[in-house]
Design a protein around this ligand. Structure first.
Ligand code: ADP
Length: 446
């Protein structure tokens, strides 16, 4: 097992990783920008090192500074969390050059998953169902128009190196395709530093259902069930739940087997998420693999009893998959992303100083956060300030408990998504589990 882990992140996920390390008896070294010098992750780690000024490019995204912190503190492993450098192949290479174990999958898997159109091609070749679309990228309008004519409009242009719901454009006809293609290419260049885009058939009103795979270094692959992440705004997840209300045991079994097959087909190791879209006819299609721990991992933990961060660490240290079949689950869990955003104003970020802060508790309630009364939410980082995760013996109890917990949750002084979630929980479509990725715009017009 590792002796000392560098936690290359901030906020709630840094705290989550530190907690897992402590329970495993591993020392932790955290890193921080000057904006985070008083943050909780700094206080609860064994040692902490400043890696630069507030701007992420100069601190949390600066590979040399992160690696230097691991070197001077003699860490033998590095956990990247999510976001920032977590899926950056250069960090993995830098770790290996410096004899630091990267807690995550091998470089090859990260490279492949990072290039989404390539990953789709590999899956197609391995007989995993994918959405009809371009084979590889579309270099110009001629290719794009030909592919779109073949698969039929509407289509969606996606950035091959994209993420975070950014860089997608829906085109209803060839005129829109002509208008949007160059825009999508230049957006992809400016946001992701690469011009490659690909085309998929646009699925009307899909559900986003993803499977948590767990693989050791010896060819054992298991699946810890699914998460439904259909409650989204601008293609970004807001509420996630496990299990997915819509899946029959048979459909779940088929999708689980497919997810395991997808992971096996690329020799995957460590934790990963196989994302599918499910259409109105219950056909499912692979869209991408995420090679990091996901924001929404706690809903899986709540229904399976697993500690996924500990699993990541154990597997990276070369231990075998344990237990061999972690898929058994009990009850229902939901996660609400508490963002410092104004839902009334197009979810625009709303950083600032929090006044009174009170976190909910009681049976089945977990809050992963770094905020407290008088904490100042920095404009430099993601607007996620807390995750409320709630478990119930069934979906109804999870919903009732979530309403109760959201009522208790007080974050004064800044706008958050809490009041919006209270409205969602009263929505009958949500209560009945009749959700898809257009739920928020259809029900709330935002
Ligand atoms: P990202 O990596 O940026 O999160 P994804 O490929 O995972 O992008 O897609 C994010 C979301 O965008 C999906 O959950 C879904 O809501 C929407 N989406 C992506 N591809 C399609 C598609 N072909 N048809 C309809 N919606 C899509």
């Amino acid at each position: 097992m590792f002796k000392r882990v560098l936690v290359a992140n901030r906020g709630e996920i840094a705290i989550r990783i530190i907690r897992a390390c402590k329970e495993l008896g591993i020392e932790t070294v955290s890193v921080f920008s000057t904006a985070d010098k008083d943050s909780m992750h700094v206080k609860i780690s064994d040692r902490s090192i400043c890696i630069g000024p507030p701007h992420p490019n100069k601190s949390y995204l600066n590979i040399s500074n992160v690696i230097a912190a691991a070197e001077v503190s003699h860490c033998d492993a590095l956990h990247p969390g999510y976001g920032f450098l977590s899926e950056n192949p250069s960090l993995v290479e830098a770790c290996s050059r410096n004899n630091i174990t990267f807690i995550g999958p091998p470089l090859k898997a990260i490279r492949l998953a990072g290039n989404k159109s390539k990953a789709i091609d590999v899956m197609r070749n391995n007989k995993i169902p994918v959405i009809p679309g371009s084979i590889g990228n579309v270099p110009d309008i001629r290719h794009a128009a030909k592919t779109s004519r073949q698969i039929g409009y509407p289509v969606i242009i996606k950035a091959s190196y994209g993420g975070g719901g950014k860089g997608m454009r829906v085109c209803n006809n060839q005129r829109e395709l002509e208008n949007f293609l160059s825009l999508a290419i230049s957006e992809s260049r400016s946001s992701f530093g690469a011009e490659e885009v690909y085309i998929e058939k646009y699925i009307p009103k899909p559900r986003h259902i993803e499977f948590q795979v767990i693989a050791d270094n010896y060819g054992n692959v298991a699946c810890a069930g699914e998460r439904e992440c259909s409650i989204q705004r601008r293609h970004q997840k807001l509420i996630e739940e496990a299990p997915a209300a819509v899946l029959s045991p048979k459909d779940r079994r088929i999708m689980t087997d497919t997810a395991i097959r997808a992971a096996r087909s690329i020799g995957y190791q460590n934790l990963g998420t196989i994302e599918f879209l499910l259409d109105a006819n219950n056909h499912f299609y692979f869209i991408e693999i995420n090679t990091r721990i996901q924001v929404e991992h706690p809903v899986t933990e709540m229904v399976t009893g697993l500690d996924l961060i500990k699993e990541q660490i154990r597997l990276a240290a070369g231990q075998k998959l344990n237990p061999p079949n972690p898929g058994a689950s009990f009850g229902n869990a939901m996660e609400f992303r508490i963002n410092a955003e104004d839902p009334q104003n197009n979810f625009s970020p709303n950083p600032g100083t929090i006044g009174e802060c009170f976190l909910p508790g009681g049976p089945g309630v977990r809050v992963d956060t770094f905020i407290h009364s008088n904490y100042t939410v920095s404009p430099f980082y993601d607007s996620l300030i807390a995750k409320l995760i709630v478990w119930g013996k069934d979906r109804k109890e999870a919903i009732d408990r979530s309403s109760r917990a959201l009522d208790e949750f007080k974050v004064e002084g800044i706008k958050t998504t809490i009041p919006f979630y209270k409205k969602i929980l009263k929505n009958q479509r949500f209560v009945k589990g009749q959700i898809d990725t257009h739920f928020i715009e259809e029900e709330f017009g935002v």
